[in-house]
Design a protein around this ligand. Structure first.
Ligand code: T3D
Length: 260
């Protein structure tokens, strides 16, 4: 029987996708890429899903590209592998119509580190770590690393992390603002589920518009960003969730958001 490379589970409106190649520290093969993308597409189209948690089975979150995979051997066309698998994966996560929480349960190395960092909120176990392992094998950060790192922690730290490839502990990552939160190991999955359940009750389209606006504002002037905020706000102002938010505020009750 074919091994399930991504385990999918559901609690309420939260779908959890767990990378499931623990024997290889959840390293990416072409098959894992295909299965993860299919799962992300499925949750994107399932309107009952309002938040996604991405995590790993076993002691790693993800160790990046599987270095024994025939598709990634020295001399091969690594750019083609990125174009056909890593780029679509990152773009799928960043365009998902619901927020995505990375629950980093162990080491996140190479593309695995940037897979986590591309998610909306990253929560990590205290014993987890982040390694921009690329330079150690003669590569540069991919899977969005060159774009993400300076935006998250500034140029000096981005260059240090990317060029040295040292292991950064989860507490250090939280302290430097690379990730949202670090929690005790045995609290990770419950904390990630609680965070996701909270996001699932929130106005989904506003959260996704926030992701989009934060990203787009990076290459805008302040005036352009103000205009973009006005455009997004005009659209959100016409959604049922805004009406519900205001009605709930006025009635001093909890809102029930339904737009997705
Ligand atoms: O196509 C392209 O290449 C372009 C795209 C590149 C994207 C990338 O992600 S490049 C970066 C690739 N990843 C790495 O370089 C990380 C390699 N792994 C490590 O540095 C270490 O394994 C870890 C720091 C992740 C964990 O270290 P440790 O000491 O906890 O465990 P370990 O003993 O090294 O690994 C445990 C097993 O997992 C081991 O297998 P074995 O000996 O028990 O049979 C090891 O070979 C395997 N493993 C870990 N990472 C990978 C892997 N096997 C294949 N590929 C891996 N990336």
């Amino acid at each position: 029987m074919q091994e399930t490379l991504v385990e999918v589970s559901r609690v309420g409106a939260v779908a959890t996708l767990a990378l499931n190649r623990p024997q290889a520290m959840n390293a990416f093969t072409v098959d894992l890429h295909r299965e993860l993308l299919a799962c992300l597409n499925a949750v994107a189209h399932d309107t009952s899903v309002r938040c996604v948690v991405l995590t790993g089975n076993g002691r790693a979150f993800c160790s990046g590209q599987d270095l024994s995979d025939p598709a990634a051997q020295p001399g091969g066309d690594l750019g083609a592998l990125i174009a056909s698998h890593y780029k679509p994966l990152v773009e799928r996560i960043r365009s998902l119509p619901v927020p995505v929480v990375a629950a980093v349960n162990g080491v996140a190395a190479g593309a695995g580190a940037n897979l986590a960092l591309v998610c909306d909120l990253v929560i990590a176990a205290r014993s987890a770590s982040f390694i921009q392992a690329f330079a150690k094998i003669g590569l540069l950060p991919d899977t969005g690393g060159t774009w993400l790192l300076p935006r998250l922690v500034g140029h000096a730290r981005a260059a240090g992390l990317a060029m040295l490839g040292d292991k950064l502990s989860a507490p250090e990552a939280a302290a430097m603002g690379l990730i949202w939160q670090c929690v005790d190991d045995d609290a990770l999955q419950d904390s990630a589920q609680a965070l996701a359940a909270r996001l699932a009750t929130m106005p989904t389209q506003a959260l996704v518009a926030t992701r989009r606006a934060l990203e787009q504002a990076q290459h805008m002037t302040l005036t352009e960003a103000l205009d973009a905020e006005a455009r997004e706000q005009t659209a959100l102002g016409r959604h049922a969730d805004f009406a519900e938010g205001v009605a709930a505020f006025r009635a001093k009750r909890a809102p029930v958001f339904t737009d997705r």
